[in-house]
Write a protein that binds this ligand. Structure first.
Ligand code: NIG
Ligand code: FE
Length: 413
């Protein structure tokens, strides 16, 4: 099946293949071609060029008229908790009234509140609720997504979440990567017995998840009031035995050793970083661990933003992701995340778009196949309504820009 996308004003986020991430000054480079076309064959990008070499419409099965819109690679959202039960707007009001995220968690709200609801909900209902959010993010341009467990907090409920994640992968054209986050909080039955809970994660949960092959990655909420770097190291080592690479929640609430343990264990990414220090930045240089900022969380919780300019100045790559979850940012709108990265972290639009595409794909270990428009890569992209420039995308921060979305070459909406 050959599809020709014609009449593209700007084709953005292209590369010649082989670019797996962009670091430091490279992040400001977003390659584009103007007045062009894109050829997709069997779900994969097979060519793009100037008007002069355009394939004849008679030689393809389908012609899509981009109508002067811009084409971008789909967003690659490398950190979400999109499978959850219900919502937590009461805590939202508590926060307005002055309680902090950590105080709400200490009162037994927060993650444990979501775990209680998830326990009551059937796998089917959980899947249906998650799919509503999945459809929403696809319509907003996301083409690849990482989804975490972590609202189960006992073996059966963690497996239930991971099965729902697997079902999302099977039933959509989204590329889904799955992360086991049993160490998101200490489950209620283990209150006051954190060491025993970590034993359960290591000795029971990880082997069960590994036996069913349900997770690509393992994550730990390594932060003040949650899990220590030593516990995190144990869990990362246990996950590694089942081929799960680390993706760590670190340096959110306080500088608490998350970056160090992530780097030492060659984690694929370390995420949040609102409390990242200069030493952390130094520690990350020359490593394969992708620093990932979650600007939606800083916005929603009224917290500091990750020191993005310092990271880029130090030559680091950086990804941005939505963190879509019921407590700290109930939104998977990656265009808004890109805007926040520009407005609040002072990223250039090109840097923010690279952070949300190729570097997001790298933070999921899939940038050989996703995250840019390159020959041989999966044809995940969206066509915008005609827009004046790429910079307009983060500038018009609530204007819907998407006309049509394509996943694996197929028009989804
Ligand atoms: O990434 N920081 C830890 N976990 C989530 C929040 C989870 C929740 O509050 O439900 C986060 O922000
Ligand atoms: Fe998170």
């Amino acid at each position: 099946m050959k599809t020709l996308v014609n009449n593209i004003a700007t084709l953005a986020g292209i590369d010649g293949g082989g670019v797996l991430k962009k670091a430091g000054a490279e992040m400001a480079q977003l390659d584009v071609i103007n007045n062009t076309w894109l050829l997709v064959e069997d779900g994969v990008v097979s060519d793009f060029d100037t008007v002069d070499n355009r394939p004849a419409p008679a030689d393809v099965d389908q012609v899509v008229d981009a109508a002067g819109g811009t084409v971008l690679p789909s967003w690659c959202d490398s950190h979400t908790h999109i499978v959850y039960a219900g919502s937590r707007e009461r805590e939202f009001v508590d926060k307005i009234n002055g309680l902090s995220y950590a105080e709400i968690a200490r009162r037994g709200g927060g993650i444990l509140n979501s775990a209680d609801r998830l326990h009551e909900m059937s796998e089917d209902e959980l899947y249906q609720q998650a799919m509503q959010r999945v459809h929403e993010v696809i319509a907003k341009g996301t083409g690849a997504i990482e989804i975490k467990s972590g609202y189960g907090l006992n073996t059966q409920d963690e497996l239930k979440m991971l099965r729902v994640i697997a079902r999302i992968q099977e039933s959509t054209r989204l590329r889904v990567m799955s992360t086991f986050l049993g160490a998101h909080a200490v489950g209620r039955e283990y209150a006051g017995r954190q060491a025993e809970y970590v034993d359960l994660v290591v000795n029971e949960m990880i082997p069960a998840v590994g036996a069913e092959g349900l997770a690509d990655f393992v994550d730990v909420f390594c932060d003040e009031g949650f899990f220590t770097p030593e516990e995190t190291a144990r869990i990362l080592e246990a996950g590694a035995k089942y081929g799960m690479r680390g993706k760590i929640h670190g340096q959110e609430l306080a500088p608490s050793g998350g970056v160090e343990v992530a780097v030492k264990h060659n984690a694929l990414s370390v995420d949040h970083l609102e409390s990242m220090t200069d030493e952390d930045i130094e520690m990350m240089r020359g490593t394969d661990t992708m620093p990932t900022a979650l600007p939606g969380t800083s916005f929603f919780l009224n917290m500091p933003f990750a020191p993005a300019r310092k990271m880029i100045a130090a030559g680091l790559p950086m990804a941005i992701a939505s963190d879509y979850n019921p407590g700290s940012t109930p939104s998977g709108d990656m265009k808004f995340v890109v805007s926040l990265a520009c407005i609040k972290m002072r990223l250039q639009p090109a840097e923010a778009i690279n952070a949300a595409t190729i570097n997001g794909a790298a933070a999921m270990g899939i940038s050989a196949d996703y995250g840019s428009i390159a020959v041989g890569k999966v044809a995940n992209f969206f066509i915008t309504h005609p827009i004046p420039s790429i910079d307009f995308i983060p500038y018009a921060y609530t204007t819907p820009i998407i006309d049509r979305t394509f996943l694996a070459g197929e028009q989804i909406g």
